[in-house]
Design a protein around this ligand. Structure first.
Ligand code: F6R
Length: 593
């Protein structure tokens, strides 16, 4: 994963790099580093810690003419200072930062070792610096050519920002990992996404795979496959990138509480109340109708959102399945003749999903990307794309984007069936979420009973099992409690053996048909001394239930269970004193397979 930034020209590069890396640390935060060019000399500072620690370590400097920075999510080599980026070449000609994975790095390392190169780090990145140096020394010292030759050698993914001793250009290259250029006033920039450059420039160049070149203060030189190409500029609006906590202690809490507003925005963008028409691309709706099967692909939380998509499609009589992207990419099953793929991703940059999209595109099949980032890789390569309008999601744990994804799928169902009812039902959902927000203190009290547990179980049936999956993912990722989700009926087929005295079990009820059998399942666990807590809508609630949600339309009801689970995870993590917005080992955008 990792985030990179860089710039050249007239700018406060200390501030640009450090604040830029802070905005990119959703891409990884286990180590960080900076290199800058000042008075003809390149200085490197690195830390085996967060960007905040880097900030403390880097002395104040002004007047640098170029800089690059990196925040890391370790793939090769532990998160130590020596493995942090920038990495440099044997003779300190090349300094670079890298996002991606070099698959053939072992073979390249052996080749370089045979030529006398020595390696300080365990990273796959250091070999890129050495390869660049090697080609530069062998080809008559033309750096652009060395970059082309190095790109020919590399297998895998990379976004690179490269400084070269004695060279006044900032070089870059991209394949598989995101990279954007920005053109400012007397300066040019690059970064893994546009956020570090917002406020400094409004003009961006989205790079394509195979693009490379260099930046000068007033110039972007862009190449692909040996030919120079003209950069295509686009604009981004600063209001789309709200980085302010607005008084909240954590982004996760802020983002949960933005869910009502996110759903309203979603409706505003996809439904015209005057005409009663949905505003989806008509050719996309036609393609979905004409498909003989819908295949959903996604990862993590987005995968759990896609499970609702399957139910919605089945409701309208359309065969549908959902696969975890990283599994489907290696076993791309499709048994239908005219499938349409729906790829769901908050970031739009998830490598496992991009791998699936490559397969789909190579077969010329239509695919719809449901994303939260308009200019993301998935959106740009999809046949159709729909934005979920959740706004910037900073906390690593996805919350509002999940609600927006399911909300979008509900609106899509409305558009496909020609019914405006989902719009009203989403209004009901908004009311239900607002009610939970107002009563979050009850969930905080419940967290008090759970936070010291080693294990926890979420049990549901039907839609509430989908909710259970998401609730258990939220709890494990930010509270580090081992959490599992099971369909109520399954628990006695094995998992019940795990139940010990006081093991917390949360039973999630969302529909009348399964309420009673689920209560029976929970009862069986209570008899084994589990500490059981039931969450149910008012009309299905009973005395002693731990939390009661508002009654809304049954097919959206279990989303209220998820909001309950989001709060529970938040408060448990808070009580444990954990880094809620940046849980260990995780990153917001998973750009490695
Ligand atoms: C969990 C979480 C992850 C992501 C997954 C897919 O809170 O955020 O499970 O859902 O990494 O990411 P996107 O949706 O960006 O493709």
């Amino acid at each position: 994963m990792c985030g990179i930034v860089g710039g050249i020209g007239k700018a406060d590069f200390r501030n640009f790099v450090i604040s830029g890396l802070k905005k990119l640390d959703y891409r990884g935060y286990d180590s960080a580093g900076i290199a800058y060019l000042l008075d003809g000399e390149i200085t490197v500072v690195k830390t085996a810690g967060t960007v905040e620690m880097l900030d403390e370590k880097v002395s104040a400097f002004q007047g640098a003419s170029m800089a690059i920075g990196h925040t890391r999510w370790a793939t090769h080599g532990d998160p130590s200072e020596v493995n942090a980026h920038p990495q440099w070449s044997e003779h300190k000609l090349v300094y670079l930062v890298h996002n991606g994975v070099i698959e053939n790095f072992r073979a390249l390392k052996t080749r370089l070792k045979a030529r006398g190169y020595r390696f300080l780090s365990k990273t796959d990145t250091e070999i890129i610096a050495d390869l660049l140096e090697f080609h530069f020394e062998s080809n008559g010292r033309i750096f652009l050519k060395a970059l082309e030759e190095t790109m020919d050698d590399l297998e895998g993914s990379y976004a690179l920002a490269i400084m070269v001793s004695g060279d006044e250009r900032l070089y870059f290259a991209k394949k598989g990992s995101p990279l954007l250029l920005g053109s400012g006033d007397g300066a040019a920039f690059l970064a893994s996404d546009c956020v570090p450059m917002m406020g400094i420039t409004k003009r961006f160049v989205d790079l394509n795979d195979g693009d490379y070149g260099y930046l000068e203060p007033e110039r972007i030189a862009l190449f692909n496959s040996g030919r120079q190409i003209r950069p295509v500029f686009s604009e981004r609006k600063i209001e789309d990138f709200d980085y302010d906590l607005r008084g909240y202690p954590h982004f996760m809490l802020k983002e949960i509480e933005e869910e009502p507003q996110v759903l309203s925005r979603l409706v505003d963008n996809y439904f015209d109340p005057e005409t009663g028409d949905y505003l989806f691309d008509k050719s996309m709706l036609r393609a979905i109708r004409e498909a003989d099967e819908i295949i959903f692909l996604a990862c993590g939380t987005s995968h759990y959102a896609s499970l609702f998509g399957v139910s919605f499609m089945e409701f309208m009589g359309k065969p549908a399945r959902s696969y975890v992207a990283s599994e489907w990419a290696y076993h791309p099953v499709c048994l239908s003749k005219r499938p349409l793929y729906i790829l769901i991703s908050q970031s739009g940059e998830t490598a496992d999903l991009i791998a699936c999209q490559k397969i789909i595109n190579s077969e010329g099949r239509p695919n719809l990307a449901v994303v939260n980032v308009k200019d993301s890789s998935l959106a740009r390569r999809a046949t159709y794309f729909c934005l979920v309008y959740a706004g910037l999601e900073v906390a690593v744990a996805a919350t509002k984007s999940y609600i927006a994804q399911v909300g979008l799928l509900a609106l899509l169902l409305g558009a496909l069936t020609g019914s405006s009812s989902p719009v009203r039902h989403i209004e009901g959902l908004i009311g239900g979420i607002n009610d939970i927000i107002a009563r979050k203190g009850e969930i905080e009290n419940l967290a008090e009973k759970v936070y010291q547990s080693r294990d926890a179980f979420f049990v549901g049936r039907g839609d509430s099992f989908k909710a259970a999956l998401e609730c258990s993912l939220k709890l494990k990722e930010i509270s580090y409690i081992h959490a599992e989700a099971y369909p109520g009926g399954e628990i006695k087929h094995g998992p019940i053996a795990l139940i010990e005295e006081n093991t917390p079990v949360v039973g999630l009820i969302s529909d009348g048909a399964t309420a009673l059998p689920l209560r029976n399942n929970i009862e069986e666990l209570s008899s084994r001394k589990a500490a059981t807590y039931i969450v149910a809508p008012a009309s299905l609630s009973a005395k002693g239930d731990a939390f009661v949600t508002k009654d809304i339309k049954p097919y959206l009801q279990s989303l209220l269970n998820v909001v309950f689970g989001q709060y529970l995870a938040y408060y448990v993590s808070l009580k444990k004193g954990l880094p809620i917005d940046k849980p260990r080992n995780l990153a917001k955008s998973v750009t490695v397979e």
